[in-house]
Design a protein around this ligand. Structure first.
Ligand SMILES: [Zn+2]
Length: 321
């Protein structure tokens, strides 16, 4: 049926017409790294368009709700892994909340250091701006262009019940924390989920601000300290990436909360966080195979009562659950 229409003279005209329209509608030049970087640099503290271009990001093929490319850099391991093992795969993402400007900017800063050891031993997928519409809005905002908090839109179990209930009862319908109408309803969270399926990270690092702590979800021991940021569980939320990745997909998720959403940490502090993070990954993230639940370190500040426990136990200790 379709074929017979396709070869009719009318269909031929339609096809030619469609091709003409498509050609006419195509932009005269595709947006380039310069275009993206000029826009991003106007928003990101301390990151120039030149530094952005040096980050060598490429369009992932996905677009935000408003059509800005979700930019990514894939970096294969260049230094040999120990004993010829597969390199550890690290998914590093920034700016899932659009008004946390430093959370994207520091990922650009770290991208400039990728050719140093031990970063070269890992395979990376780096996505510094997960929520470009929130970041590039006239007034940057946490949620995406549809008003959804992307970090509450991941498909944790019982999402349909838990996420709306949490939003109504615990946040008082805070529009900044709206989880969406369904899990993965948003282009940006769908893309991150697809990237998790495709890249199969051994560890996920998601950068936020401004709480000035480290949070962690997952099956290995949590980091104690990166730079001045100390492990302090901040909560378990229906639909969050940490909850989804760490507790349900069994991939360790480190949430880095920088201390300020607008002002960058000093270069020294940014370097310390980076080095501590790489050191932690080297020591704690298995390259492949089953990740065994290990005892939490008793030396974690203020947590010595807990000798062998998971994040939920810490939350009890902190009175957060
Ligand atoms: Zn955040």
């Amino acid at each position: 049926m379709f074929k017979s229409i396709l070869f009719s003279p009318v269909a031929a005209l339609l096809v030619v017409g469609a091709a003409t329209v498509a050609h006419a509608a195509a932009p005269s030049a595709k947006p380039t790294a310069t275009d993206w970087c000029v826009r991003l640099a106007t928003r990101l503290p301390t990151i120039s368009a030149d530094t952005c271009r040096k980050s060598a990001l490429q369009p992932s093929g996905a677009l935000s709700q408003q059509g800005f490319p979700i930019l990514k850099r894939h970096i294969p391991a260049t230094a040999g892994g120990k004993n010829g093992n597969q390199p550890v795969r690290v998914l590093l993402i920034g700016g899932i909340h659009g008004d946390e400007l430093t959370a994207s900017a520091i990922v650009f800063q770290w991208l400039q250091w990728m050719n140093q050891t031990p970063a070269r031993e890992f395979e990376w997928s780096v996505v510094p701006v997960v929520n470009p519409d929130g970041l590039l809005a006239a007034k940057p905002h946490r949620v995406n262009a549809n008003g959804v908090d992307l970090n509450r839109n991941f498909p944790t179990p019982d999402w349909h019940q838990e996420a709306p209930r949490y939003w109504v009862k615990r946040t008082g319908r805070d529009p900044r924390r709206f989880p969406g109408k369904a899990p993965l309803s948003e282009l940006e969270s769908r893309w991150i989920n697809a990237e998790m399926e495709r890249f199969k990270p051994n560890v996920i690092i998601s950068v936020h601000a401004p709480f000035g702590v480290l949070d962690f979800d997952g099956p290995v021991r949590p980091p104690i300290r990166f730079g001045r940021l100390v492990f302090t569980p901040v909560g378990v939320y229906p639909g969050s990436l940490g909850n989804y990745g760490g507790m349900h997909k069994n991939v360790p998720v480190i949430t880095i909360e920088l201390p300020n959403a607008l002002a960058m940490p000093s270069d020294t502090e940014a370097r310390r966080i980076w080095q501590d993070m790489l050191g932690w990954i080297q020591k704690n993230v298995p390259r492949q195979g089953v990740i065994v639940d290990k005892a939490m370190p008793a030396e974690v500040e203020g947590l010595s009562a807990c000798q062998n426990c998971r994040k939920s136990d810490f939350l009890h200790l902190f009175g957060l659950k």
